[in-house]
Design a protein around this ligand. Structure first.
Ligand code: NI
Length: 176
């Protein structure tokens, strides 16, 4: 079990474009994926991208097996996605709250495509292709953005809806 340090917003590594993976089923790739899962689990995340632990390769992991944690949201099978591509299935977008382990303690309201197809490979190089919508689509778009050096605040049209979790929760309760 290796929990790696997660880089935080402001670290230049998070702003870089990561390189495609060219060799599958290697020990180095297996170790990277294991570290991603261990770090994500230790911090209670739903997804994590390799650049967040300082590895500039196009690898993300995500999964949500506890529906109770996010009520009204269907579980997402644990997935390793390498060299991903995303195609929106229509132009429609919706806004939703996002957080990020690289932007700890904060939330923001971010527009994302509602329905997407994503393709890529798993750790053995086997092809993955899925059509998903809603929260699953949001998670994949968020994680894949990390591979292009984009953090969710950069996707926000209105930074007034970016803030600290506790203050946002208080504002929501008081109806502001
Ligand atoms: Ni993130």
């Amino acid at each position: 079990m290796t929990e790696r340090r997660v880089l935080r917003m402001g670290d230049p590594v998070l702003g870089r474009v990561s390189a495609p993976v060219t060799a599958f089923s290697t020990e180095a790739l297996a170790r990277l994926i294991e570290d991603l899962w261990d770090t994500m689990a230790a911090l209670g995340g739903i997804g994590l991208a390799a650049p967040q632990i300082g590895v500039a390769q196009r690898v993300v992991v995500f999964g949500l097996d506890e529906p109770s944690r996010e009520p009204d949201i269907a579980p997402i099978a644990p997935t390793v996605l390498i060299n991903p591509t995303i195609t929106p299935l229509n132009g429609s977008m919706e806004t939703g709250w996002e957080g990020c382990l690289s932007v700890p303690g904060m939330r923001g309201l971010v527009p994302r495509y509602t329905r997407i197809r994503y393709c890529g490979a798993d750790e053995r190089g086997e092809a993955i292709e899925r059509e998903v919508e809603g929260y699953h689509a949001r998670v994949v778009q968020h994680e894949c953005d990390h591979l292009d050096g984009i953090l969710y605040p950069q996707r926000m049209p209105d930074l007034r809806l970016f803030g600290f979790e506790q203050e946002l929760a208080v504002a929501a309760l008081s109806g502001e």
